[in-house]
Design a protein around this ligand. Structure first.
Ligand code: F6P
Length: 546
């Protein structure tokens, strides 16, 4: 594909940006229809982007950019099961996992839906049996503690969702997620656990990941030491694409749940990798979560580009990243329970768009994924919002807020919503020097005091924000939100001409760790050949650890 048309579309956007530079976003609301025109709805889910410095012409040019980049054609290829993950020669068909009402989905000419349905049914049956107590530990105890051992995509999704959906979790179950190779992660978790009542789920697509295999071996020892080797079978389950490797570990075949290489790690929470979540919330609610994902798939393939939530999210991201050169993006849920949504998203998003290798021969010709982080409101307001309001760099923000609480106090919730709306208003409106001086004068300050204080109280405003508002954060809504971000990432990857489905960027560190681990573990191994800093740090550790 020639990138010339993309460059031309970007050029038009750059000229348009210059025209808009001095306009105030608040003035765009002179159009009484602005909120209706610059927000999108799918049932109760509303995506408001009216607080962006963007007008009808901006959206027209952004959609032209999407067309130039061939977003519609690439979307069709994605859904048709083409090998869009070109560096690993695989399709990316996580949509099949939430295809509850649709027809066949073909990979290499074979319909994958029968297998998807079969594994889903096995996962549901196993999860329900654990929840009801029909499946018990080796000594007949009801299993009350479920420990998912996995990392990256085999941890972040279920861990995020189990916490976000905690009001929907079975009250007699405690969910734990162990990921870090730091022994404190597993050690601290095991401290509170009774092995007779604990089920470990080893979740790993490859079943070779260092952190997961190290933690799984230690957990296995915990069970075997306490209950005997024979009890391991009753206290372990596994989710993987490598059934041969799972068998070597010694997990019973009826407790092994497979998935497929066309499910990328960061998209795998919709697959059997969601087992811990299914146990937590039950099979029916997990189906609601899948249905939320399906809602967005159907919307993504059918809505016109300018009324398509993931497409508009993506294009606004490109607008800010490439035309306004902003290197960071924040996601702030006004909800304590999805606290792990912001850390979950970077692996979905940065694993996908943190690349500079273009699909053509040349490096990507535009800046790609921004740094993405976040923290729930209102806490974030008291931590880093100062920088967002008055810092020298601008970072666009996505706010997420429910109209009503799932089960919390309604009075608290009204304040939570008010805080969310106040922040996005403040980010857009700011406060000018003249307004500040006026306020200070009314407070009775002298002209000299005003002169000194006023610059510190000025807010430039013009910080772009989008807001998702939905009825409440239930499984279906969480599914819709996750799928919106997934497809947003895909659309951006198309505009940036990068492969969003590989993650070679993590390989170098893994490779070097494999080389260094024996030298770190064995004080007699020479450090010759290492760079001076690495050798020096290993030497100093040897001094300290002696
Ligand atoms: O971070 C790299 C990665 O390969 C992710 O894609 C994956 O989710 C994670 O490591 C864990 O891999 P696995 O599920 O194979 O243990």
């Amino acid at each position: 594909m020639s990138r010339d048309e993309v460059c031309a579309a970007l050029g038009a956007l750059a000229a348009h940006r210059a025209e808009l530079a001095d306009r105030r976003t608040i003035d765009l609301f002179a159009d009484p229809e602005r909120f209706a025109r610059f927000s999108l709805r799918l049932d109760d889910l509303l995506f408001d982007f009216s607080k962006h410095k963007a007008n009808a012409r901006t959206m027209e040019l952004l959609v032209a950019l999407a067309r130039a980049a061939k977003v519609e054609e690439r979307r069709a290829a994605l859904f048709a099961g083409e090998k869009v993950n070109v560096t690993e020669h695989r399709p990316a068909l996580h949509m099949a996992l939430r295809n509850l009402d649709g027809g066949p989905i073909l990979v290499d000419g074979k319909d994958v839906m029968p297998e998807v349905r079969e594994v889903r049914a096995r996962v549901a049956a196993f999860a329900e049996a654990v929840r009801s107590g029909a499946i018990r530990g080796a000594r007949g105890d009801v299993l009350t503690d479920i420990v998912n051992i996995g990392i990256g995509g085999s941890d972040l999704g279920p861990a995020m969702a189990a916490r976000a959906l905690s009001p929907f979790c079975a009250p007699h179950l405690r969910m734990h997620f162990v990921s870090n190779v730091d022994g404190a992660d597993l050690g601290d978790t095991l401290k509170g656990l009774d092995p007779t009542k604990t089920l470990f789920i080893v979740s790993s697509k490859t079943f070779t990941t260092q952190e997961t295999m190290t933690n799984a071996a230690s957990a296995r020892k915990f069970v075997a030491d306490a209950l005997g080797e024979a009890a391991v079978a009753d206290h372990f389950a596994a989710v993987s694409t490598r059934l041969d490797k799972v068998a070597e570990f010694g997990i019973r075949p009826d407790r092994v749940f497979g998935f497929w290489d066309w499910v990328g790690g960061r998209y795998s929470m919709w697959s059997a990798i969601g087992l811990s979540l299914v146990i937590a919330i039950g099979a029916q609610r997990f189906e609601d979560f899948l249905r939320g994902g399906q809602d967005i798939d159907q919307h993504f393939v059918s809505a016109p580009l300018d009324r398509n939530i993931p497409v508009v999210m993506a294009l606004l991201g490109v607008w800010r990243r490439n035309l306004w050169n902003e290197p960071a993006h924040l996601v702030i849920p006004y909800d304590r329970r999805p606290a792990r949504f912001p850390p979950y998203l970077p692996q979905l998003d940065r694993h996908a768009t943190g690349s500079r290798a273009g699909l053509g021969a040349a490096p990507a010709d535009m800046a790609t994924g921004p740094f993405l982080f976040g923290e729930p409101g209102t806490n974030g307001q008291h931590a880093f919002f100062q920088l967002l309001h008055q810092g020298t760099d601008i970072a666009p923000i996505d706010f997420l807020v429910a109209a009503e609480p799932t089960d919390a106090d309604a009075g608290h919730h009204a304040l939570l919503v008010a805080n969310c709306l106040a922040q996005s208003e403040a980010m857009m409106r700011g406060r000018s020097r003249a307004e500040v001086e006026d306020i200070l004068r009314k407070q009775g300050l002298s002209p000299e005091e005003i002169e000194k204080l006023a610059p510190h109280k000025v807010f430039a405003g013009e910080r772009p924000t989008s807001t998702f508002m939905y009825r409440r954060l239930d499984p279906r809504t969480l599914g819709r939100l996750v799928a919106c971000y997934e497809h947003k990432v895909f659309v951006q990857s198309v505009v940036w001409d990068i492969n969003p489905f590989d993650q070679w960027g993590v390989e170098l560190g893994k490779e070097l760790c494999n080389r260094l681990a024996p030298i770190v573990q064995d004080a007699d191994r020479p450090t010759a050949g290492l760079d001076g800093s690495t050798a020096g740090l290993i030497g100093w550790r040897r001094v300290l650890a002696n």
